[in-house]
Design a protein around this ligand. Structure first.
Ligand SMILES: Cc1ncc(COP(=O)(O)O)c(C=O)c1O
Length: 455
């Protein structure tokens, strides 16, 4: 059997070559399906990042898992739609059960509710739409929403889609640990209130994409309560930390928020698109998204209205026809059991601790940010390398490019306090400490080679 580890973690094609391969006239007549599947599997789909490769440390990798792949196949074959109860009562019940399991895994109270969405971006949009409607009604004048500059860009995109201007999102500089500082935030909110503006929401990130930093959710929840603001936690990557023993305190903190983004297609090892939004008061999702709240009523949906204790999940989010994403989570949790997922999250934490210890001990490597939720950043500083910041920054980029060119590993760069650093996200359960050691040695070797090249 061919596994991800047999090939390189990354393959990219030249756009012109790929156009020549794939830009064909509309096929008026059909062709042999087996041949087409071979063509896709050999020539097309491998072009990209192998996120399940044990030496892929880029972005937030996922592994997928076999039961989840079968779940996708099954729900697609059955055209399952957990939209209205009438349309898909079985699929809806599966989704409600999977949501209950996610709440239990994250330590959220039972009365929270929500739904599966495509991923973190749509989860953030969905939660912030409810926050906007609940706090602002239809009047967006002077509204202000706060996050740190380390929040995911999907927050800014959500703000735009929700009809708020750029100046209505206040992105504050983080503290030295890249966290949103509650004192700085309170000062800014006070100033905005004094200026007659209307603060309505704060976004805390649990596991920033760049460094895995965790905003102080409990303090921010207290602050939001004091000012009467909505607290949204973007835990797309990091909420999974709550599964581990080390993350136990996070379970209590998450429950203090008003809404939470969680992406099982990140640290819960699911295939794309498996995102999830959960809110303290699901009625607030219904208030925003319920189809009957909106003005067009052609009558055709009346037969599908929920009766008694039936649930129409399409009333809680932006999609009407929606796939049964939840089945991936349901079938993989049933197949492997929650304990396997907890162990897998712990393994990722162990790997990033191991990497940090190796980096700290190596004379050529400097830790730039300590391992936060399976993500760490560092610099390569070979002996005799220049100290001026632009040259150090360029070296990190060269090392990342050179490592990628070997086809043995993929680690990309990010910026920490304005400086370029190498970044690793170590959450793949198939990655071993030997993989980490080998990749760090490769970084050291390519760093020394890059340094010996004439400048
Ligand atoms: C913290 C955070 N929020 C949101 C997102 C966006 O998630 P998605 O790519 O699933 O839309 C990401 C993606 O990496 C993320 O790390």
């Amino acid at each position: 059997m061919c596994t991800a580890a047999d090939g390189p973690p990354h393959a990219v094609a030249d756009p012109v070559e790929l156009e020549a391969l794939l830009d064909e006239p509309l096929p008026e007549d059909g062709s042999d399906l087996t041949g087409l599947l071979d063509h896709l599997a050999q020539d097309v789909l491998p072009l990209g990042i192998r996120f399940d490769h044990p030496r892929c440390f880029a972005f937030v990798p996922t592994t997928g898992n076999y039961p989840a792949v079968l779940a996708d196949l099954l729900s697609t074959a059955h055209l399952s739609v957990p939209g209205a109860w009438l349309v898909g009562s079985g699929p809806t019940r599966v989704e409600l059960t999977a949501l209950n399991w996610l709440k239990e895994l994250l330590g959220l109270p039972g009365h929270w509710g929500g739904l599966f969405v495509s991923g973190g971006s749509v989860a953030n949009l969905t939660a912030l739409a409810a926050a906007r409607d609940h706090h602002l009604g239809g009047d967006l004048t002077g509204a202000r929403l706060y996050c740190s500059t380390q929040a995911h860009p999907s927050i800014a995109r959500a703000v735009h889609l929700l009809g708020l201007g750029r100046d209505q999102l206040i992105a504050l500089d983080p503290d030295a640990g890249q966290r949103l500082d509650p004192r700085g935030l309170a000062a800014r909110i006070d100033a905005d209130l004094a200026a007659g503006l209307r603060p309505f929401a704060v976004v805390a990130t649990v596991g920033t994409t760049s460094t895995g930093a965790v905003d102080p959710v409990t303090d921010l929840a207290r602050l939001c309560r004091r000012y009467g603001l909505w607290l949204h936690v973007d835990g797309a990557h990091g909420a999974a930390f709550a599964l581990s023993d080390r993350g136990h305190a996070l379970r209590d903190a998450l429950g203090r928020a008003d809404s939470l983004t969680f992406d099982p297609h990140k640290w819960l090892f699911q295939p794309y698109e498996t995102g999830c939004v959960l809110v303290r008061d699901p009625e607030l999702l219904r208030a925003t998204f319920r189809m009957s709240r909106h003005h067009l009523d052609t009558g055709y949906l009346h037969p599908a209205e929920a009766r008694h204790d039936e649930v129409n999940l399409d009333d809680l989010g932006p999609q009407q026809s929606r796939g049964l994403r939840a089945l991936k989570v349901w079938l993989s949790l049933k197949t492997f059991g929650a304990a396997a997922f907890r162990r897998a999250v712990d393994h990722g934490l162990h790997l990033s601790d191991h990497a940090a210890a190796r980096i700290t001990a190596h004379p050529d490597l400097d830790l730039a940010s300590s391992p936060g939720l399976g993500i760490l950043t560092f610099r390569c500083r070979p002996p005799g390398s220049p100290a001026d910041p632009p040259a150090v920054d360029r070296l990190q980029q060269s090392v990342s490019d050179a490592v990628r060119a070997t086809g043995q590993a993929l680690l990309l760069t990010t910026r920490v306090h304005g400086r370029t650093v190498l970044r690793m996200c170590t959450i793949n359960p198939a990655t071993t400490t030997a993989d980490i050691d080998a990749v760090l040695e490769l970084v050291v070797r390519t760093g020394r080679e890059a340094e010996q090249k004439p400048r």
